[in-house]
Unconditional design. Structure first.
Length: 442
């Protein structure tokens, strides 16, 4: 049984379709407009499939398609129209529509399309589950005593409603741990919404977080709900929280305290019940002392603090993790069963991995792509694995900022272009540019 949302401004069409699919055991909701459909989408646990008319007043099916897929990338959308053109069909498919039905159609035709769409959704879920198991399970099956203690603590606090702050270097797996905490929590059946605070300008990030009303700023041509609303009942994960600007920190503080906010340019107060997990690779107490991060927000987020150790501090995990990442990369790149040669294993085990799990994943992916045999030799690994460290060893008292600055400096010196450096670090060029500016590495 699937959960379907049928959207059409013609009462007879949506009523007949709803009755037809309910008789086949599906749970069906209906809406007569795009706005009503979005309200249902926000207020319920989500839908497996949306069957929507293309031509409707105010918001057409194409616009609805984009909005619902922004909220839930896994939802399957089928468009219906009596005014089909090649151009509109191509645009809809590019935007993520599964199918495009031309009216009039028989109930058998629409049933066949819905069955195929639901089967595709099921298969995608199985593939995603397999990929997540292959890539994330090694992180959760660590042999390191420090990581085992971390997982015990994380599992214990997952059942609570307390805010959690994850700290540690870039690439250590804070996002994986955040997702696992959500899976362990009582909110596991609700949404897990990820917001990366480094990828957007302050205005765009504010709109992404809180939503906006039509006319709030240039280009705001319609009301747009925020991603915090999509997390209602679930968990919101804010990655790199230290990159929030001062004005956004103040607005987000209110959300943390009251679980309420207003859309950008709006007056209506919106209440959202969401568990908050934040992460940072920077030393937040140092950011507070330097007046770059609000002290009150830090203490609101720092209710439960969990530190994720770098890969070099859990050497016993490096080779097992590399093996599992190899299996995932081979599956992704349509390769058969692959293995590392003894020399490759030695190089992987002896390297310090300053970029942590992210750097290891990138190195393994590179090796899978370049290898011409089933056994991956050392020549397929990045040259950095065979170079003596050129930096001064960091002490145990080094701050996260010092570690990150040292890592970025080294990678920039070794990379021919900024794009190459960003790929080695596992971040995008915009984020690297901001970090260069922050650490005055220009």
């Amino acid at each position: 049984m699937a959960k379907l949302l049928i959207v059409d401004d013609e009462k007879n069409i949506r009523g007949n379709l709803a009755k037809f699919f309910e008789e086949r055991g599906h749970k069906v909701r209906t809406a007569e407009s795009g706005a009503q459909a979005l309200a249902l989408f926000s207020g319920e646990d989500g839908f497996d499939l949306v069957l929507t008319d293309y031509r409707m007043a105010e918001m057409n099916g194409y616009e609805l398609l984009q909005l619902v897929r922004d909220r839930d990338p896994d939802v399957v959308v089928i468009l219906m129209t009596a005014y089909a053109t090649v151009e509109s069909a191509v645009a809809a498919m590019k935007a993520g529509a599964y199918d495009y039905l031309t009216k009039p159609f028989s109930l058998d035709q629409v049933e066949h399309a819905v069955e195929r769409a639901l089967e595709t959704r099921r298969l995608r879920g199985e593939v995603r589950g397999l990929r997540d198991t292959i890539e994330e399970r090694p992180f959760l099956e660590s042999r390191s005593p420090a990581m085992q203690r971390l997982f015990q603590d994380a599992k214990r606090v997952a059942a609570s409603e307390a805010a959690i702050l994850l700290t540690g270097e870039s690439g250590t797996g804070k996002n994986v741990l955040a997702r696992q905490i959500h899976r362990w929590s009582l909110r596991r059946e609700k949404a897990f919404v990820v917001i990366n605070c480094t990828t957007l300008s302050e205005q765009l990030l504010e709109s992404d977080l809180f939503g906006h009303v039509k006319g709030a700023f240039t280009g705001a041509i319609k009301d747009k709900p925020g991603r915090l609303e999509a997390a209602n009942g679930g968990t919101v994960f804010l990655d790199e929280i230290a990159d929030l600007g001062a004005s956004l920190q103040a607005k987000f503080l209110r959300f943390v305290q009251e679980q309420s906010f207003e859309h950008l340019g709006g007056e209506k107060t919106i209440h959202v019940d969401a568990r908050i997990i934040a992460a940072s690779n920077r030393d937040l107490p140092a950011e507070v002392a330097a007046h770059r991060f609000r002290e009150d927000l830090f203490y609101r987020l720092n209710v439960i603090a969990l530190y994720v150790p770098p890969l070099r501090e859990r050497a016993e995990d490096i080779l097992p993790l590399a093996e599992r990442l190899l299996s995932a990369a081979a599956l992704r790149n349509r390769r058969g069963q692959l293995s590392f040669s003894p020399g490759t294993q030695m190089a992987i085990a002896n390297y310090s991995w300053p970029g942590n799990v992210r750097e290891l994943r990138n190195a393994v992916e590179r090796a899978v792509v370049l290898s011409q045999s089933d056994q991956i030799g050392p020549e397929c690994l990045p040259d950095t694995l065979f170079q003596l460290p050129s930096r001064t060893p960091l002490s145990a008292s080094s701050s996260l900022d010092e570690i990150e600055r040292d890592q970025i400096t080294r990678v920039l010196a070794e990379s021919p272009t900024l794009q190459d450096a960003a790929e080695s670090l596992g971040i995008n060029v915009t984020t690297l540019w901001r970090k260069r500016k922050r650490y005055k590495l220009d």
